[in-house]
Ligand binder design. Structure first.
Ligand SMILES: O=C(CO)[C@@H](O)[C@H](O)COP(=O)(O)O
Length: 222
């Protein structure tokens, strides 16, 4: 018999929400069983797209009590730490590929009252996390190239997640593993089995009329 699979959390990615009714969309996924709200910040440099920033985060904060999981896809994350802390973010991840002084940046995130996380692009080696474990609350493993919602999950990233989960078990069992990009009801069982604690899902939640069913299926329910 294999390992029992732990319950997984679902974090709808607001990038896939209808921005003309963002407040209602947020409240709907909260009622539908979302555990966190995932907030993708893009600067048009680190990734070839622009999204939203602290002002929108603050507005979301006013309509939901869910923890806000902010993913910075930007070249200078250090300048956004304080603004996102003030905007009510609970967790903040920065890309290992974007930051030179990662130890300092992770300490600044913690000092600002948020849970620090490190995000990894699909082909960034897991070895880049070797020194990071004591300083983070979570690792965000990108399962698509960041920048856009609605892409297909890169199949090789499932094996990478499995290897990451085995390392995590050895060195830092308390650190959460978050997967992000191309998550669907079809690939969610493999991601849960491989060790994901949190599934970030944009299209798989917001493109569905029945968000409650979508979130329940992602968690392995009916
Ligand atoms: O960070 C990103 C994209 O850069 C993700 O959070 C996507 O927004 C997830 O959207 P889907 O792939 O689930 O539609």
């Amino acid at each position: 018999m294999g390992q029992p699979v732990k319950p997984v959390k679902v974090a709808p990615s607001l990038l896939a929400a209808d921005f003309t009714r963002l407040g209602e969309e947020v409240q709907e996924v909260e009622r539908a069983g979302a555990d966190l709200l995932h907030f993708d910040v893009m600067d048009g440099v680190f990734v070839p797209n622009l999204s939203f920033g602290p002002v929108v985060c603050q507005a979301v904060r006013r309509v939901s009590a869910l923890p806000l999981d902010v993913h910075l896809m930007v070249t200078k994350p250090e300048v956004l730490i304080e603004p996102f802390a003030k905007a009510g973010a609970h967790r903040l991840s920065v890309h290992v590929e974007a930051v030179t002084h990662l130890h300092r940046v992770l300490a600044q995130i913690r000092e600002a009252g948020m849970v620090p996380g490190v995000a990894l692009n699909p082909l960034t080696p897991l070895a880049s996390l070797d020194e990071v474990w004591p300083f983070v609350g979570f690792i965000l493993l990108m399962t698509v190239n960041p920048g856009f919602g609605g892409q297909s999950l890169i199949p090789e990233t499932v094996g990478k997640l499995g290897r990451l989960a085995r390392i995590r078990e050895q060195v830092a069992p308390h650190v959460e593993l978050v997967v992000d990009g191309g998550v669907t009801v079809d690939n969610a069982p493999a991601l849960r089995q491989a060790g994901a604690d949190v599934l970030v899902a944009g299209t798989a939640v917001f493109a569905e009329a029945d968000r409650q069913r979508a979130i329940s299926l992602l968690k392995g329910g009916s």
